[in-house]
Design a protein around this ligand. Structure first.
Ligand SMILES: [Mg+2]
Length: 442
């Protein structure tokens, strides 16, 4: 391991004007400008690490400040110190005796943790000259498990059990890896069904993605029942009933309302309803899950689940599909904890993606899971949204509706320099020219 000292950080507020086209719009987030707090960790050697957390525009400046506050804990540590005992370092970052008061392990401070931890994993993979999925899969079970803080989850899964799970699967690893390199990992598309899109646009996009080989499609629902019925009709007319349809309410309903609404949409046979109510409401999710079972509609959730402790509740009571998010909770270390719990509870992981860089990152984790842990694609797929990839130096590669394993070193998180110059907020060229146009209008 090359021993590099971490000496500095650069944090950018980067915002893309996606609200202009209604891309990303749902029942709760009606005009998102897809954004990120983007972290570059600098060392005293030639290596840098790039990481980010995803945001929707306003408020990104607060996450940027939180990243800078957390960096004080990272500064002057060496890569050997960090990666030799990553779980302890992770706890130091998430459990600072003063900073933890503004979490703990939730909200802005935990989003910032994700950005920094993601940058540290990118740095590690760059030093090892491997993509993150390969870095993870090449680790011994003991080394991989040593990166995870098991505090608060040992009643579900312990370090020893996690090591055992990985050990039991080792004989199949090489076969799994060759299958992944050959076939990739299945993706589903959410591109067809943003809430702000017209019926005509939804229909055309369904045709387009069907032609591209997609077999699973997700649409946003929850603002108006008549609109939802009409949109489900449009989608099912194009994709038929052999392909999968998933629905996403983005937390908009009361518990009873969710059950009633979904009963009316049951005839369109959705595989799942995603985030039917508050992302913190495990009790509500479990009621909805029980009531919708008779229609074979599962409950999916997790993209806004705050940490592994909440995942513990949901995986036990309130989730049929677990949707980890690569830019939320405390980065890879904590997400690995969720994968182990999901395996223990037999809940399939179907990662949340889209946004900015989420597809780029989360593919690495699901590929590790496919090679080392669940070793299956059954009931599993990664969300795919065809937006914002052009800003990344190593964007995702989708072939016949499958994510192909990344080949470049790192976590696929490095954003192109020209993109930062253009979209940094508020001083980037795009936002500056927008401001001067506004001043001219006055
Ligand atoms: Mg969602």
């Amino acid at each position: 391991m090359i021993d590099a000292k971490i000496i500095d950080i650069d944090v950018q507020d980067i915002r893309f004007p996606t609200s202009l086209q209604q891309d990303g719009s749902d029942a709760m987030h009606t005009d998102p400008d897809y954004s990120c707090a983007y972290v570059t960790i600098k060392t005293d050697k030639e290596y840098k690490g790039y990481g980010l957390t995803f945001t929707l525009g306003r408020g990104t400046e607060i996450v940027v400040l939180a990243c800078k506050a957390l960096f004080k804990i990272v500064k002057n540590h060496t890569t050997t110190e960090i990666y030799d005992d990553f779980a302890s370092f992770w706890r130091k970052l998430t459990c600072d005796p003063q900073l933890r008061w503004i979490g703990p392990e939730k909200g802005v401070i935990h989003l910032a943790t994700a950005a920094i931890i993601n940058a540290l994993w990118d740095l590690w993979a760059r030093i090892e000259n491997k993509p993150v999925w390969k870095l993870l899969t090449d680790m011994t079970p003991e080394k991989l498990v040593s990166t995870v803080d098991f505090r608060y989850i040992r009643d579900i899964v312990t370090e020893e059990q996690a090591i055992e799970m990985l050990r039991n699967n080792m004989i199949y690893k090489n076969t799994q890896e060759s299958m992944l390199i050959r076939n990739g990992f299945p993706a589903y598309t959410t591109q067809v069904g943003w809430l702000g899109y017209s019926d005509e646009k939804v229909e055309n996009l369904c045709k387009l993605y069907l032609d591209k080989g997609f077999t699973a499609f997700k649409a946003k629902v929850g603002q108006n029942l008549d609109d939802d019925i009409r949109r489900c009709e449009v989608i099912r007319k194009v994709i038929g009933y052999k392909n999968k349809l998933m629905l996403d309410a983005n937390q908009v309903w009361e518990v009873d309302e969710a059950i009633e609404w979904m009963t009316k949409l049951a005839k369109y046979k959705p595989l799942w309803i995603e985030e039917p109510t508050s992302p913190d409401d495990n009790f509500g999710h479990s009621l909805i899950k029980d009531k919708l079972k008779q229609y074979n509609i599962g409950v999916a959730s997790g993209e806004m689940c705050a940490n592994r402790v909440l995942f513990k509740q949901f995986l036990t009571f309130g989730m049929d599909f677990c949707q980890i998010d690569s830019a939320r909770i405390g980065g890879i270390n904590e997400i690995l904890a969720v994968y182990f719990m999901a395996k223990q509870k037999n809940v399939p992981v179907c990662p949340h993606a889209g946004g900015v860089g989420l597809c780029e990152m989360v593919q690495h984790l699901q590929m590790w899971d496919y090679i080392c842990l669940s070793q299956t694609t059954e009931n599993r797929m990664i969300e795919y949204v065809d937006q914002q990839h052009e800003h990344f130096e190593n964007p995702v590669q989708i072939t016949n509706a499958h994510y192909m394993p990344p080949v470049n070193p790192g976590y696929s998180t490095k954003i192109k320099d020209e993109c930062i110059l253009k979209y940094a907020y508020p001083e980037g060229e795009y936002w500056k020219s927008k401001q001067s146009n506004k001043n001219l209008e006055k």
